[in-house]
Design a protein around this ligand. Structure first.
Ligand code: ZN
Length: 467
């Protein structure tokens, strides 16, 4: 596709979205998918997004003209897709409008619409890891139906299913490293992967002509996914820097999409020669502790933004919206409490005594009462993660893929919990309740807490002697 065509294609979709009462996440995702396939650069992407979220504009009055039938039909398909995945309200009117400007025979529009509907439902199922595909063989009928109604079959694939699969994470991160390409392709359960492959392999001839070499599917999907996520990450960073309060909704929309589509990956093997996994673990633990100790209610908006950026960039967690940072912190503290409570010192009488004394001295203890009882401590929610194995230069490698923050924390701190990494310990200072990444012997924050503890310890010793 030449540049002029590409720009008209993109502008057409943007104008269509700008006229919507509200842009849904599915619509924004589709737009990014299209921009990924059409290899749109950053400044152009940002301009397009600004146009979409800018002032409400007039409706698209006519479809841009393209010489290439594939491009023209693909544009029609994307218009219908955006109408399908938009807000429910006014959907029928949108279809009528799309039909009006396409000026196609009704049967032709309906044949394309049937394909769009199938694609949308299938992708939704795959994203949720739910297959078997709905009527997989029907897809052949759908393609043939489009073909006999003068819709170019190759147009169905230009910005189509493969791209959408790739963008939503098929193949998914860890499974993508799996030596078995079947597993790699889907990143789903084995049965699901098998089903998907059967579907791709047994595709009807028309469909096989439409899609490029099916053997390259996995490679293409991986490349597309990488590019899609890279574009989102770039734009998120740019909009965060640029907007700083001026266009928060714009940044939030892109950030939410990025968080939803990205999956964190953690490699157990050294990632570089200079950085061992021990160093990485130590760094991440430091960052988690910094976040847990922050007094969120008292900090400035700038500090808040810094914290969020740190969590997003370094910990690769999906960071929730501003108002939910407090909930996230509560969860983090709860998990750290459980980890700290596993420390023998935290279970000692002495620890309890320190806590009581500190509390008696004017309530410096952040959390009243003792730490979690390890024997009774339960993890309330299941930890969600999966393992993936792959054979690389350094032999077999294991990768853990957590699905949410809570799970990610357990995965990161798993070695602390199981005491396999004695050099990184998270402890809670009994004097003030601050979390610290402690050296082997360290029990308190340095400074006043340490001095106070010494005073209390001496007094306890005197009491013991006189008793
Ligand atoms: Zn302290």
């Amino acid at each position: 596709m030449n540049i002029a065509d590409r720009d008209r294609y993109l502008a057409g979709l943007a104008v269509m979205l700008a006229a919507e009462p509200a842009v849904t996440q599915d619509q924004l995702r589709r737009l990014y998918q299209v921009m990924t396939v059409l290899t749109v650069g950053r400044s152009k992407r940002i301009d397009t997004i600004k146009g979409v979220f800018g002032q409400r504009r007039k409706r698209l009055s006519k479809v841009p003209k393209f010489r290439d039938l594939i491009v023209a039909n693909s544009m029609a398909k994307d218009m219908l897709t955006l109408a399908v995945v938009g807000v429910r309200e006014g959907r029928a009117a949108r279809f009528r409008h799309a039909q009006g400007i396409l000026r196609w025979p009704k049967k032709r529009t309906l044949s394309l619409l049937a394909w769009v509907g199938w694609e949308h439902r299938t992708i939704r199922r795959v994203v949720r890891g739910r297959l078997p595909l709905e009527n997989p063989l029907r897809v052949v009928d759908l393609i043939n139906n489009c073909s006999s109604n003068d819709v170019e079959p190759r147009a169905l694939y230009l910005t189509g299913t493969r791209v959408a699969f790739a963008a939503v994470g098929v193949p998914r991160s860890g499974a993508a490293a799996h030596p078995n390409s079947l597993m790699a392709a889907a990143g789903l359960e084995y049965e699901t992967a098998k089903e998907l492959f059967r579907f791709l392999k047994e595709r009807h001839r028309t469909a096989n002509q439409a899609a490029p070499n099916p053997a390259d599917w996995v490679t293409h999907a991986r490349e597309l996914r990488a590019r899609y996520l890279e574009a989102l990450a770039e734009d998120e960073a740019a909009l965060r820097r640029e907007s700083a309060g001026r266009r928060p909704h714009l940044h939030a929309a892109v950030a939410t999409l990025l968080d939803d589509d990205r999956e964190p990956t953690y490699r157990r093997q050294p990632v570089s020669k200079t950085k061992t996994w021990q160093t990485r673990l130590r760094e991440k633990t430091d960052q988690i502790v910094i976040f847990a100790n922050e007094k969120l209610r008292e900090i400035s908006p700038e500090r808040r933004a810094d914290l969020e950026a740190m969590l997003r960039e370094n910990l690769i967690f999906a960071v929730p919206g501003d108002d939910r940072l407090e909930h996230l912190q509560d969860e983090v503290r709860q998990i750290l409490d459980e980890i700290c409570a596993a420390d023998p010192f935290a279970r000692s009488e002495l620890y309890r005594a320190f806590e009581m004394e500190a509390f008696g001295r004017g309530g410096r203890v952040v959390r009243s009462g003792p730490l979690y009882d390890v024997e009774r401590a339960v993890v309330l929610n299941p930890v969600r993660f999966s393992f993936a194995w792959g054979f690389g230069r350094d032999g077999w490698q294991e990768e853990t893929i957590p699905y949410d923050l809570r799970s990610a924390l357990f995965v990161e701190l798993g070695r602390v919990l199981t005491r396999r990494a004695s050099h990184v310990r998270v402890r809670k200072c009994p004097m003030c309740g601050t979390y610290l990444v402690a050296t082997k012997r360290q029990r308190f924050c340095p400074g006043p807490c340490k001095a106070d503890a010494d005073v209390i310890r001496r007094r306890l010793l005197r009491r013991q002697k006189s008793a």
